[in-house]
Structures are given as structure tokens and as C-alpha cells.
Design a protein around this ligand. Sequence first.
Ligand SMILES: [Zn+2]
Length: 349
Amino acid sequence: MSEMTAVVLPEWGGDLSIESVPRPEPGSGEIRVAVRACAVTRTVENAVQGGLSDDPALTPRVPGHEFAGVVDAVGAEVTGIEAGDRVLAYFYLTCGTCDACRRGERNRCTDFSGWLGVDRDGAYAEYATIPAANAVPIPDDLGFPAAALAADGLATPLHVCERTGVGDDDTVLVVGGAGRIGIHLSQLAANRGAHVLAADVNERRLAHIEEVTGPAVTTVDASREDVPEQVRDVTPYTDGPTVAVDTVGDVETLEDAWETLAMGGQVVTLTTHHDRSFAPLLKEFVVRETSIVGSRYATPDQVVRAARLFADNRVSPVVRREIGFDDVAATHRELRAGDTFGTTVLTPR
Ligand SMILES: [Zn+2]
């Protein structure tokens, strides 16, 4: 049997190591993808720590879900995809037959069977097999690292914008603006005409936002005590953000966002961290007619359109650096420390 190189997690919360493992064969309804780019992100770090599932039966596991590559082999019962096709991967493992899946809302599948890189091996490897239903074609003029980021890094912000109807009458506060979700959300919301405030916690991260977005986005220093005052200072013509998006799950910052929210405003949460909660007084919802909105990944259609947004240069994919297998574990240590910005992408070849 052929072997391949992969980064393997021995147990949830364990140390990643480079190993030679059997190259996977595509089963019925599956394809094998030669991985060309896989994002190394906080979402994967959360999964590695057992944040999505901590079932010991699922390890050892190859993590990594936000990836793109070239179809290398096709299993039985697969139609419409052939070797040589360029694809990216939809993150969720879904049934395809429940009401939500039939509507195209696969992020709301009621017979959900998990995540790539958690419930089956992901793409910190030379090859990954995925259900053919998870393959999304890549526009010809889009490179693999950008295609990988479209799968989650831009599709998730697109879902947020469509769930909340972000448009040119909105002021959007992005908490965690320098992260891979935040930096793409800030650009996307600005393109939709919104006034965007991107909050982050240190000078390097704030400088990174300014470098990427230019004058379209106003930065807010979330390391300071006076976040509500800063937000009021930069929104003189409105009564605050109409949409505040929490990309990091920091409860204090979320409370600041809630406090500054405009009448009728929406707070959006994306966090999957188990132990964090946020519970304003019920009265506050009524007095200001505010909402808290959960936003769960994206639909396959939104993933297709996210790839198109990158290919058409309407949003810039923010790739900080490309690395080989040797640097994956060190990048996860940096992610754990929390002081990174931009997205690191593993390019196995
Ligand atoms: Zn379903």
C-alpha cells in the first residue's frame, strides 16, 4: 500500500507529529484529493483541543478542514467529478436528505455527522478523501491558498452578512478584526457599503487590519478599557453599531459590543467554545429592540460565491505565509498563544 506524509493528532489535546501513514482510498461516493493548500487556524486548534468533539474513538486523527487541491482518484457511485478537477472542501459532514439539506441549508442539517478533520481525517496531509458531495469546484483563475480560505475564512463572513442583511445603512463592529474571519468579514462588509469598525487587541494586529483594508475600515483598540467610548467617537452620525460580530468568544468584548449597540441592533456570535456565555437582562432586548443572532458556518452555495468573490478580486485573501509539514505544530503553538494575525497555509507540495 502506498504511504503518504501527514500531521497526526494522537489524542484530543495531544501533540501533533509528522508521520508516514497509508494513503487513503476513496470509498463509494467519495473522492481523493491531492491537497495543495490547507489553512492552519484557530478553528483547527479548537478542534485539536477537543473543542468540537472529544470522543477518544475518533483519534488518532489527521486534522485540517479548510483546504483545496486536485482530485486524484474517484470512488464508485461518483458522477460529475473526475481526476484532475480542482476542488475545495465543504467543512460539514451532512446527510443530504433532511429538510434543511434539501433546501440547500446544509449548515443546518438535522442528521449532522460531524466535521472534516474531526469525525474523519482532514487535510494536514498529502491526500485526503472526502464525500463527493463536499467537493466544490474552484474558479479557474483562483489559486489554491485562496480557494482554501474561501471554504471557511470567507464563506463564514458571507453567511454572517446575509443572515444580518449587512448593507450600506449599517455600521458593523467586527470583534477580532485581525483574525482570518474578521479580516475577510471587514472587507466584505465594507464592500457591501457598511461603515466597518474592526476591533482587535494589540498594535501589531491593528496595524495588520489597516494594512489590508486601508481607509475603508476604522480600527478600535480592544485592549483599552474605553471600547464603548472609542466606538461612539467614530460613529458620530449614528447611535452605534447596527451589527456587532463576535469572532473570538471574548465575553468582556461582547459585553462592550452589546453596550454600544444601536437601537434595533444585532449581536452575532460565531463562537463554538463550550464554556462561555453571555446573558443580558431580558428587558434590554425590549427597550432597545436588539437581537442576538447565532451564525453557523455557511451553505454550499455561499462557499461557491465566496470563491467567486476572491476570484473576482472583490475581497483579498489574507494569507500571511505558506509553510510545510515541519512548521504545522509550531504554528499551532502560536495560535494557542493567541498572538497571530493573517492566515498560515500548509502547502504540502
Ligand atoms: Zn441533512
